[in-house]
Design a protein around this ligand. Structure first.
Ligand code: ZN
Length: 241
């Protein structure tokens, strides 16, 4: 079994379609780590595709913001403007779907969570090596897949000590080691690489490949501008930060 693991699609339909096309021959199923909406111009289309395609999905802070479960004062000004815009573009059924997603999920030997397994509803970021290592006591599976920071990274713990890989491409699990993998963002990468990011988890081979996919950034940018969303949200897509 091989899963395509997608996080932080953020209403970017062009990036989502490109990633699903890339994953078509590489994965048998789709898992989603949340923040399907917010920032991008196609929240309803992304929700409908992910609802249809994802075998397991968890909520992100943007789902909770749009569904009314998280106060919008939690967000910065761009995220707040995007959440208000997104809320109006979704119907009651979409908003109910967003609000009903679980905060964590388990698939095989993996935990899925948007932010941190320690307290998923606090939306803490795992960025530094130490922040990732400190999260290991809070899940019991071998793998934990996260998103939220929009920056790929791999933390691991085992008898030979802790490790952190900031620009991972391929992770092959060592016996006795456990892993936290940030799969990066499909719809709004922030590691200075504008290509869409996602991961392919080969369950039987105990291997995770972190992939990047070129997509039509200009089309996604133009839609954000035409929608009247903050210009900054369009421009940052071109530079991937
Ligand atoms: Zn996000």
């Amino acid at each position: 079994m091989r899963y395509a693991i997608l996080s932080d699609v953020h209403g970017n339909l062009e990036a989502l379609r490109a990633v699903l096309a890339d994953a078509a021959s590489r994965a048998d199923g789709v898992l989603c780590l949340g923040d399907s909406v917010g920032y991008g111009a196609d929240p309803a289309a992304c929700v409908e595709i992910l609802d249809r395609r994802a075998r397991a999905i968890v909520a992100g802070n943007h789902e909770h913001g749009v569904a009314g479960l998280l106060g919008l004062d939690w967000f910065n000004e761009w995220a707040r403007a995007a959440a208000e815009w997104t809320r109006e573009r979704l119907d009651d059924e979409h908003r109910a779907w967003l609000g009903a997603l679980p905060l964590t999920n388990e698939v095989g030997d993996a935990t899925l969570v948007h932010a941190s397994p320690e307290a998923p509803e606090e939306w803490d970021y795992l960025v530094t090596p130490e922040e990732g290592w400190a999260a290991f006591p809070f899940f019991t599976t071998r793998w934990c897949f996260v998103g939220h920071s929009h920056v790929p990274g791999v933390w691991s713990l085992g008898s030979s000590g802790p490790d952190f890989e900031p620009r991972p491409a391929l992770v092959t699990a060592d016996a006795g080691r456990r892993y936290i993998v940030n799969v990066g963002s499909v719809g709004q990468p922030r590691d200075r690489d504008p290509r869409a990011a996602y991961a392919v988890w080969d369950v039987d081979a105990a291997r995770v490949e972190l992939r990047r996919v070129t997509y039509d950034v200009d089309a996604a940018r133009d839609k954000i501008v035409a929608a009247g969303l903050p210009r900054f949200l369009a421009d940052r897509l071109a530079v991937g930060r």
